[in-house]
Design a binder for this molecule. Structure first.
Ligand SMILES: C[S@@+](CC[C@H](N)C(=O)[O-])C[C@H]1O[C@@H](n2cnc3c(N)ncnc32)[C@H](O)[C@@H]1O
Length: 301
């Protein structure tokens, strides 16, 4: 069984009640969803994923707990359309972003820089754009931008130039070799030198940051008063996006801050509840938790 990150904290801060309506935007292998389902015996869970393997697995896992759930096979960017179709507003919404450990471990998905596979990295295997296309067909300047922006990779130019010169690159381990050739020796002594490039390509392939931002804005509108959104991020770009959106909807505008009494209509609809990092014990047990952060926001009016 794969371990879900910050599970107890999510369950606590979602404020689950027996009849809560909860949306899990990232079902994965159902770790969070099963714990949620156990606590909402008269409520309902809607769970999104775009990965057929994850859905197949979780369908079984959730079915053993309750019938009160529906799996929505869709990108969570469609949260507004999907929930509107069902006439739903939620008591709680959860995002546990990124790829799951089974996706990373599966040999044929191409997410891992430790395993040889075709360059793929699509969470939704029906989509057209794959890592192969990004690595082999993107122009140099676009590759440099992606590595800088999505990977925060300081050797972006060197790596991108070497990629362009080494085309065609067919597999993940071929790409790793190209990256190793492009960076200084000292860079190879720290964390894996392909880590940031792989992150950047994965974000580009799945358009992860744009999709998350759009979905989160929509999710804020789909919350009941008193409802909460919990977001678990795994790298600084996702976390920055989440923090900025939460701040923008929970802050009093600067020009109003000095007013002795702020009229109700200008008061923010949301309040930030807490930001939580995993405990040392959780990080020791589950290495994936080391870079995780949970942010919680509540709709107050
Ligand atoms: C980190 S895993 C979730 C793990 C899950 N919380 C658990 O405890 O088992 C993230 C999951 O979200 C899915 N996912 C990521 N981005 C998505 C998106 N934009 N739309 C739908 N599913 C997405 C991935 O396919 C993956 O299965």
């Amino acid at each position: 069984m794969h371990t879900s990150v910050l599970l107890d904290e999510c369950i606590e801060y979602l404020n689950l009640k027996d009849d809560s309506i909860i949306v899990d935007c990232t079902l994965g292998y159902g770790g969070h969803s099963s714990e949620i389902l156990k606590k909402i015996s008269n409520g309902y869970l809607y769970a999104f994923d775009q990965d057929s393997d994850a859905i197949k697995y979780s369908m079984d896992r959730l079915g053993k707990i309750s019938k009160n759930y529906e799996i929505i096979r869709s990108n969570f960017v469609n949260i507004k359309e999907e929930l509107s179709k069902r006439n739903i507003i939620a008591d709680g919404i959860l995002y546990d972003l990124g790829v799951s450990s089974p996706q990373l471990d599966q040999d044929d998905r191409g997410f891992s820089f430790h395993k040889d596979a075709i360059l793929d990295m699509r969470m939704d295997r029906k989509q057209r754009l794959s890592a192969y296309e990004v690595v082999n067909n993107y122009p140099l300047d676009k590759l440099v931008c992606i590595l800088k922006e999505y990977g925060e990779e300081k050797y972006a130019y060197a790596i991108a130039s070497c990629i362009v010169k080494s085309r065609p690159i067919n597999t993940t381990l071929e790409l790793v070799e190209v990256i190793k050739k492009s960076v200084p020796e000292k860079y190879k002594r720290g964390k894996h030198p392909a880590r940031k490039t792989f992150q950047a390509i994965r974000i580009e392939v799945n358009d992860e940051i744009n999709v998350f931002k759009k979905s989160l804005y929509d999710a804020l509108d789909l919350l009941k008063i008193g409802g909460r959104i919990c977001v678990i991020t795994f790298h600084s770009l996702e976390d920055k996006a989440c923090k900025e959106i939460f701040k923008s909807v929970s802050d009093i505008p600067n020009e109003l801050k000095d007013m002795p009494v702020i009229p109700d209509k200008y008061l923010p609809k949301y309040k930030m509840v807490k930001t939580i990092k995993p405990s040392k014990e959780e990080i020791e047990k589950n290495n994936r938790a080391r870079s995780a952060k949970l942010r919680i926001i509540e709709r107050v009016r």
